[in-house]
Each structure stands twice: as structure tokens, then as C-alpha cells.
Design a protein. Structure first.
Length: 470
């Protein structure tokens, strides 16, 4: 059987390779690292995490990301299996030891006889005799390949900034000032309810911090001028420029936290740090993606109470992301309309986030395998998280807003991508629900519908497979 060629060994490419091999189809996985590296990667491992170590909320009842986690687990995701095996404390989130996670994914992929890894850059379009290709090169697609794809589609690849948060050595944090607590004492997947280091700020300290951010020297790249930021990953200094109170209603919000050293004093703002490795020796500053110059980072971040003597294992940085205008150039099977032998997966399609990228890789691998085996496959229902994400990538977008720019932008999974559902008005006892309660009830209903519809979709697929092999 001719193999599927997958270009890119990140989360999407690794997941796609795993899913195709699980279906019995041989795969050649092409990864350019370590022969050719990027500004953001540190190793040559598959599935290396280059930004945060968080897969975000693992709560499936009322959070769309948690629903996506649940669906990926049900579909045998190697990314989720490895994440679960290497989780670190993170309150209600699923965060991982980044080195342990990527090592686990790579070991699993290497263990499959049907998967062969070839190291080296694919410069330009893949050879014409590769008839079934998944391009999963992510936001750091090599310039040569990006240029070739752009020429083939006639679409200029859009770009946006993606900044990296700094990482601090845990033993350099002053715990006489900081304290351990998760927001609202919420327990995470590992049962922990005190997963974050919290650094409190008074109003004067907060104002001085914002002033320093506004005056700081930033890294500028001429090639990025005019490039829009993705609102889900704004640099900390850009948020500060949007208003003095923006940060304390964003990553520095004090809500749901009580200063263990001064319970009667409400902090004006709080900076949180989240465990970054299994040993608990490294913590990243949550939401502090930045393009500040290195010297400015150490000076300004040491203004944070508790971090005055912070030692940084890694400072923040910035790199360029590219993605397709996917609703125009891809079909629902994620194939390029101009060249159907090429299928795309991961962040290059216009999804955003680790689990979203892996989920699109998951469905791309299954679609490619079905095509190779001449099997029919239905798209996952749009009522599921994976289906909603696929629908976001491949359709449902107007061309532009008010004759302005194209409306298609990178997106994390969220309940706004799901088809509407009637909002429950009464609880199970018949009591009338109030506004916030109705919102939670709606999310629970969306989650329950997604779980039911995915199970039915999987059952239909299994029955069809059974009929084919009978």
C-alpha cells in the first residue's frame, strides 16, 4: 500500500500519523528539525511545545476545550494520552511537563511499524508522485513551502504575532510574599486545588508596573509591520496599551484569590505562575507573552512582588504565524481545492491552540486513511467540538465584514462555534433559572448533546467498518 506523506512532526502531524497508522495505513512523517530549526523550537523532538505548557480547561461539562479533550480521548488521541500521562498541577487546567510529553509522543510514534520518520526540510511543493499528503507544518512553516503553497492557491498567507511567556525558577520566588492557590480553589484533573503561585499587587505597584510596560523597549521586526495580533495571545505590553485597567481584568485579575499572608487585604491585581515541568522546579508567568527586549523583561518582571530576585530559565520571545484562508481554499475534507492530493492540518488551517491543532490533525489523519482505503467517511457532526472546529476551518464564514478585511481569523474552540441549542429555563426540580444559571445550563446542554452525537457518529463509523470487513 502506498504511504501517506505527512509534512511536519508537531502536534497535528504526530496525531495525524498516529491515527492513519491505527487505521492500518503506512505513513512517512517528514520533520525538518533538527536539520533545520525555527526561532521558537529548542529540540528536534516530535510534538515539542513552544509556548505554554497548558492544554487549558479539562472540565467537559461547561467548557468547550474540555469537551474537545473528551472527544479526542474517545477517538484514541496519542496527544491526549501523552498529556494525561505527564500532567502537572494546574488547578482546573490540564498542563503537562513539556519534555516528558513530547518524549512520550515521539516514543509512541516511533514504536509503530507503519510509521517511518524522515528528517529534512521539504522545500517547495512535495513531489508529484506523493498522491496523499497532509501538510501539518504549523505556524512556523518554512518560507520555501509557504511561498509554494501561496503560489498554488493564489492566496497570500495571513500572519499574526504569537509571543512566548517567560519561565521562572521556582526556588527564586519569594514565598513570603507569594502564595499557592488556584482561582476559586478549583481542583484540577490531578485533584490539586492550589496549583498556581500568586503574586499580589497594590494599586500603586500595579500602576508603576503598567507605566514601566508602556515605556519599555520592544523588539520590532520590519517584516511584521502591519501584521495583526491574535487576541487570544496578545503580548502583555500590547494589552497595557489598550487601557490601564485591561491587565487587571485579564491575566492579572485578582478575583477568586485570597492572599494567604494578608487575608483581610484584597490585592488590586495578581500575577499567576503555573508549574511548567514535572519536577515543579520551573513555573511560567501565565498570560505574560511578550515582545519586550530581554533586559527590559528582567527589569520589569522583577517589579512584581515575590519576583524581585526571580531567575529566568527562559525569557519571552516572538515569532511569526501563518495560516490559510481555509474556507476559500480547502474543502470539508481539508483538501486543497486547487490540488486535492494536498490536505492540511493544524494551525496552518486557522485553528489556534495545542488541542485544536491536534484535533484537526486527528480528523485529517482519519480522512487521509479513509481515502487511501477507499472507505466512505462522514464528517463529525457540527454539534461536536471536533465537528464545530472543522466547520470553522472549512466553512460558515462571510467573505468580509462591512467591506473590510476577511472575517476568517484563528480561533480557539468555543461554544460560539457550536450550532445553537434551546436555553434551558428550569432546573431538574422545576425551579426557574436565573441569567447566569441559564448560561451554565446551556453549556451543559451543549456538552451533553456533543457527547451523545459523537457516540452515535462513532457507532455508525464502526458499523460501516464492520460491514466492509465482513
Amino acid at each position: 500500500m502506498r504511504p501517506i506523506h505527512i509534512i511536519g512532526g508537531g502536534l497535528a502531524g504526530s496525531e495525524a500519523a498516529w491515527q492513519a497508522a491505527e487505521a492500518g495505513v503506512p505513513v512517512v512523517l517528514h520533520e525538518m528539525r533538527p536539520d533545520c530549526t525555527t526561532p521558537a523550537h529548542r529540540t528536534g523532538r516530535l510534538a515539542e511545545l513552544v509556548c505554554s505548557n497548558s492544554f487549558r480547561s479539562d472540565e467537559a461539562a461547561t467548557n468547550a476545550v474540555g469537551v474537545l479533550h473528551r472527544e479526542m480521548r474517545a477517538l484514541g488521541s496519542i496527544v491526549m494520552k501523552s498529556a494525561d500521562a505527564h500532567q502537572v498541577p494546574a488547578g482546573g487546567a490540564l498542563a503537562v511537563d513539556r519534555d516528558g510529553f513530547s518524549a512520550a509522543v515521539e516514543a509512541a510514534v516511533l514504536s509503530r511499524p507503519l510509521i517511518r520518520i524522515e528528517r529534512g526540510e521539504i522545500s517547495g511543493l512535495p513531489p508529484a508522485d506523493w498522491d496523499n499528503v497532509i501538510v501539518a507544518t504549523g505556524p512556523l512553516t518554512s518560507p520555501a513551502l509557504a511561498e509554494a503553497i501561496g503560489a498554488l492557491t493564489g492566496e497570500g498567507a495571513l500572519a499574526f504575532f504569537d509571543a512566548i511567556a517567560p519561565v521562572v525558577h521556582r526556588d527564586s520566588i519569594d514565598m513570603d510574599v507569594a502564595w499557592m492557590q488556584s482561582r476559586y480553589d478549583k481542583e484540577g484533573p490531578g485533584g490539586d486545588a492550589a496549583a498556581y503561585v500568586n503574586c499580589p499587587m497594590s494599586r500603586d505597584q500595579y500602576d508603576a508596573f503598567v507605566d514601566a510596560l508602556l515605556r519599555a523597549e520592544k523588539t520590532e521586526f520590519r517584516e511584521f509591520e502591519g501584521t495583526p495580533y491574535f487576541d487570544g495571545c496578545l503580548p502583555i505590553e500590547v494589552m497595557a496599551e489598550r487601557g490601564r485597567e485591561t491587565l487587571r481584568h485579564g491575566p492579572m485579575k485578582p478575583f477568586g484569590l485570597t492572599d494567604a499572608h494578608a487575608p483581610g487585604v484584597k490585592p488590586y491585581a495578581v500575577v499567576q505562575l503555573r508549574q511548567d515541568n514535572a519536577l515543579g522546579t520551573l513555573f511560567n508567568i501565565v498570560g505574560f507573552q511578550t515582545k519586550l527586549k530581554y533586559a527590559e523583561q528582567t527589569r520589569i518582571f522583577r517589579m512584581i512582588p515575590g519576583l524581585e530576585r526571580a531567575e529566568f530559565a527562559r525569557l519571552g520571545g516572538i515569532h511569526r504565524n501563518t495560516y490559510l484562508n481555509s474556507p476559500r481554499v480547502l474543502d470539508w475534507r481539508l483538501r486543497l481545492k486547487a490540488a486535492p492530493r494536498l490536505r492540511f492540518a493544524g494551525q496552518i488551517t486557522g485553528c489556534e491552540g495545542y488541542v485544536e491543532s491536534a484535533a484537526v490533525g486527528l480528523i485529517a489523519g482519519r480522512l487521509a486513511a479513509a481515502e487511501r482505503l477507499n472507505h466512505e467517511i462522514d464528517p463529525p457532526p457540527a454539534t461536536t467540538a471536533i465537528g464545530a472546529l472543522l466547520n470553522h476551518v472549512t466553512g460558515g464564514h462571510i467573505e468580509s465584514i462591512d467591506t473590510g478585511p476577511r472575517s476568517f481569523q484563528p480561533m480557539n474552540v468555543n461554544f460560539g462555534l457550536f450550532p445553537p441549542i434551546s436555553e434551558p429555563r428550569l432546573d431538574e426540580t422545576g425551579r426557574r433559572l436565573k441569567g447566569p444559571e441559564r448560561g451554565l445550563a446551556r453549556k451543559r446542554a451543549l456538552s451533553a448533546r456533543a457527547e451523545r452525537d459523537l457516540a452515535e457518529w462513532m457507532a455508525r463509523a464502526a458499523a460501516r467498518e464492520g460491514a466492509l470487513t465482513a
